[in-house]
Ligand binder design. Structure first.
Ligand SMILES: *Cc1c(COP(=O)(O)O)cnc(C)c1O
Length: 424
C-alpha cells in the first residue's frame, strides 16, 4: 500500500480522493487537504516549507517566502492593544520579509507548481487581477514551469516582477477589459481548448494551504492561536485557509478556540460584506455594468472579485459562521489614513489591501468587536512596490496575445496555440 502524504476530503459529503483534484464527484462542496501527519511539528527552516507537513508538495525549495510574524509595539501602543501581532507577508528585508513579488500570493505560487508537477501536471492556465499574476509569473520563471496567465488590461500596469521574464510565462491580455470575472472565464476556455490544467483558484488546496502558513507561523512563535484574525479579502480564500489551518492546529493541541475572522472589503465594491451583513445574494451576472463601475472606484484593486467562493459548502460563509466572524466595509480615504498610521507606527509602507485590513482593525476597536487584552493577529498581506523598487530592477512582462474578450472563441484560441502554448 502506498501511504499518501495527504488525501482530499469533501467538506460536504465526506468523499475521499487522492490528489490532485479540484471538484467532488458527488456534490459541489470544497475539497480540503487531510494530512497524514496531524501533529504540529514545524521544521527548523526560515521559509514556509517549515510547515511542509501541511503543504501538498513533497519537494521544497530554499526561497525566501513566508510570513514575518512579530509583536507590534508602535501601533499596539497607539491603539491601546496589549497583544497585537503583525503577520507581514510583503517584501521588507529590514524585518527579513523577502517575498519576491511583495504579497502573500507568493505563498501560493511555488507550492502549487511543485504540487502539480509531482502529480504529472507540467503546465497551468490561470486568471489574475494582479498580485496572483506576479507571484505565479515569478515562480514559473524560477521553476521553469510554463504558465498561461490571463489578465484584464487594467491589471497590466501592475505586472512587474523583480527578474527578467522568460518563455515560461505566456501572458494573455484582455484588451479594453477591467473585469477579473472575464479573465476567469477565458482562462477556463483556453484550458479546455488546449488541454491545459486549470490552476483552480480557491479550489486549489495548494493555494489555500500555502496561504495558511501565516497563521502556522503565528502558532509556531506564540504556541497559541490568536483570538482574532484580521484580513482584507476579495475572494476570501485567505479567510477559508486560516479557518482550515486553525482546525488542524486545534486538533494538534494548539489553542482552544477557533480565531474569530474579521474580513474586510473596500467601498464601494463589497459583495461579501453585503452578503454576510444583509444576506444579499452574490449575483455576479446581475448588473454587471454597475458592478464594474464600482470596482473601478476602489483603491485596493486586488480585492475586486465578483465570483468569490462564498455560499459553497466549506467556503467563506461557513468560515464566518463557524468562527462567529465579522465583516467590514472600508472607504478609500479611511484605508489611506490607516496606511499612514501603520507606516508612522511600524516604519513600513503597506499596500492598499493591507491598508483596508488595518482600517478594519480601527473599526473593530471603535465598535467594541475586540477587547484591549485580546490576542489579535493583523495580516499585512502585501506592501506596495516601494521597497522592491529600491532593491531591484522591476521588469514588465510582454503579452504573447492581446485580444478583446468578446473576440475570444475556440477558433481564435486554436489559431494562436503555437504562440501561447508552444511546448505544452
Ligand atoms: C489577493 C490579495 C488579498 C485577498 O486575498 P483573498 O483571501 O484571496 O481574498 C489581500 N491582500 C493582498 C495583498 C492580495 O494580493
Amino acid at each position: 500500500m502506498i501511504i499518501q502524504k495527504f488525501m482530499l476530503k469533501c467538506v460536504g459529503c465526506g468523499a475521499m480522493y487522492g490528489p490532485p483534484r479540484l471538484h467532488c464527484a458527488e456534490c459541489d462542496s470544497l475539497l480540503r487537504s487531510q494530512y497524514a501527519v496531524t501533529a504540529f511539528d514545524p521544521k527548523d527552516r526560515s521559509n514556509l516549507f517549515a510547515f511542509q507537513d501541511w503543504l501538498p508538495p513533497t519537494a521544497s525549495l530554499d526561497i525566501p517566502i513566508g510570513a514575518t510574524v512579530y509583536s507590534s509595539e508602535g501601533l499596539a501602543a497607539k491603539l491601546g492593544l496589549s497583544n497585537l501581532v503583525v503577520a507581514f507577508s510583503g517584501y521588507a528585508p529590514e524585518i527579513r520579509a523577502g517575498n519576491p513579488t511583495g504579497s502573500f500570493k507568493d505563498f501560493e505560487a511555488a507550492p502549487s507548481m511543485l504540487y502539480y508537477r509531482e502529480h504529472g501536471i507540467g503546465s497551468l492556465v490561470l486568471a489574475s487581477a494582479g498580485n496572483t499574476a506576479r507571484a505565479f509569473a515569478y515562480a514559473a520563471i524560477q521553476l521553469d514551469f510554463p504558465v498561461i496567465i490571463v489578465v484584464p488590461e487594467r491589471a497590466m500596469e501592475r505586472l512587474w516582477i523583480p527578474c527578467e521574464s522568460t518563455d515560461a510565462v505566456r501572458l494573455v491580455v484582455l484588451d479594453g477589459c477591467d473585469d477579473y470575472a472575464a479573465a476567469i472565464r477565458i482562462a477556463g476556455l483556453i484550458g479546455r481548448v488546449l488541454g491545459i490544467a486549470n490552476e483552480g483558484g480557491a479550489l486549489n488546496v495548494a493555494r489555500r494551504d500555502g496561504m495558511s502558513t501565516a497563521i502556522l507561523e503565528y502558532a509556531r512563535q506564540m504556541n497559541a492561536l490568536p483570538a482574532h484574525y484580521f484580513q482584507a479579502i476579495g475572494s476570501g480564500t485567505g479567510g477559508i485557509a486560516v479557518w482550515e489551518a486553525s482546525q488542524r492546529l486545534l486538533a494538534a493541541g494548539i489553542g482552544n478556540k477557533l480565531p474569530k475572522l474579521h474580513l474586510s472589503q473596500n467601498i464601494p465594491f463589497t459583495p461579501i460584506y453585503d452578503a454576510w451583513m444583509f444576506d444579499k445574494p452574490i449575483e455576479p451576472d446581475v448588473d454587471v455594468e454597475g458592478q464594474l463601475r464600482r470596482i473601478d472606484q476602489i483603491d485596493a484593486l486586488v480585492l475586486a472579485n465578483r465570483t468569490p467562493p462564498y455560499a459553497v459548502t466549506g467556503g467563506v460563509r461557513d468560515a464566518l459562521s463557524s468562527t462567529d466572524g465579522h465583516t467590514y466595509a472600508v472607504a478609500n480615504d479611511e484605508a489611506l489614513a490607516a496606511a499612514q498610521l501603520f507606516e508612522e507606527k511600524e516604519g513600513l509602507p503597506i499596500g492598499p489591501a493591507a491598508s483596508v485590513a488595518t482600517a478594519s482593525l480601527l473599526q473593530a476597536l471603535a465598535t467594541d468587536q475586540i477587547k484591549a487584552d485580546d490576542a489579535v493577529m493583523l495580516h499585512i498581506t502585501g506592501n506596495n512596490e516601494t521597497l522592491l523598487q529600491r532593491d531591484f530592477t522591476l521588469h514588465k512582462i510582454e503579452p504573447v496575445w492581446r485580444i478583446r474578450p468578446e473576440a475570444v472563441t475556440e477558433a481564435a484560441i486554436h489559431a494562436v496555440a503555437n504562440r501561447i502554448a508552444p511546448s505544452l
